[in-house]
Write a protein that binds this ligand. Structure first.
Ligand SMILES: Nc1ncnc2c1ncn2[C@@H]1O[C@H](COP(=O)(O)OP(=O)(O)OP(=O)(O)O)[C@@H](O)[C@H]1O
Length: 236
């Protein structure tokens, strides 16, 4: 199973009728079991790229090929839960066939057990993100897209959720693509890191991390970040 991405160009027409190119050249491939992490400056076109990969936007030049029948789950920056449904109902609506033991395992990893009957309006952002992640994993996807899952959380909460995401990703052989602004998250969670230029987004560097995710020590993480800092790249 393999995801192949080749976006040669993507433009929007702005309100004044001008075409604005948002993506100029992004090409990469990911295998089953791999986590790709996309890092790029604000507004460079990352969410646009994710929408193309998810099949939500067919208006671009290039080609994206996903394995036939691949099941997709996507976690957006805002959790997008149904406000009038409980946590458990939100998940069961998306994944009606999920087995109780699988659901219990996901709730266990994400520490959501006590919140099954709560409603989205009662949840903090961190908890709502966990519910959105639980829903994505309950679907048992072949291809998982995570758009900045750790943004706007305090450091301690983000570190905990990062561990939980790592545990869930390791529990299932799928293709994962994650967007982040954080090099730390990128080198802790990723197997391959794709560094994008400012708009229009171009793939500047594709870096493969050789140390397996589960064996990466803090010293490895620091060394990898130092390697990346030497590249011609800036997130700002
Ligand atoms: N539907 C649209 N119509 C016109 N322009 C758009 C549309 N969607 C996005 N854009 C523009 O395309 C550019 C890229 O937006 P996008 O949301 O993909 O960037 P991003 O890298 O995800 O940003 P951030 O890091 O801030 O989340 C921005 O300049 C944005 O204003």
């Amino acid at each position: 199973m393999r995801l192949e991405v080749e976006i040669r160009s993507k433009s929007y027409t702005s309100a004044n009728g001008k075409r604005q190119e948002v993506i100029s050249d992004i090409a990469f491939a990911l295998q089953r079991g791999e986590v790709g992490v996309v890092v790029g400056p604000s507004g460079c076109g990352k969410s646009t790229m994710l929408r193309i990969l998810a099949g939500l936007d067919p208006d671009y030049q290039g080609r994206v090929s996903q394995p036939a029948g691949a099941r997709l789950a996507m976690v957006f920056q805002e959790p997008r839960l149904l406000p009038w449904r409980s946590v458990e109902e939100n998940i069961r609506l998306a994944a009606p066939d999920v087995a109780e033991d699988r659901l219990a395992a996901i709730f266990g990893v994400l520490e959501l057990g006590a919140h099954r009957t709560h409603f989205p309006g009662e949840l903090s952002l961190g908890l709502a993100r966990r519910v959105a992640l639980a829903r994505a994993f309950a679907v048992e996807p072949d291809f998982l897209i995570l758009d900045e899952p750790l943004a706007s959380l305090d450091d301690a909460l983000a570190a905990r959720l990062r561990e939980e995401i790592a545990t869930l990703v390791a529990s299932r052989p799928m293709i994962t693509l994650l967007v982040t602004h954080s090099m730390d998250d990128a080198v802790r969670l990723g197997d391959r890191i794709f560094l994008l230029s400012s708009r229009p987004a171009r793939l500047l560097h594709a870096v493969t991390i050789d140390v397996p995710r589960a064996q990466r020590s803090n010293a490895d993480v620091a060394a990898l970040k130092a390697d990346l800092a030497r590249l011609d790249f800036s997130v700002s």
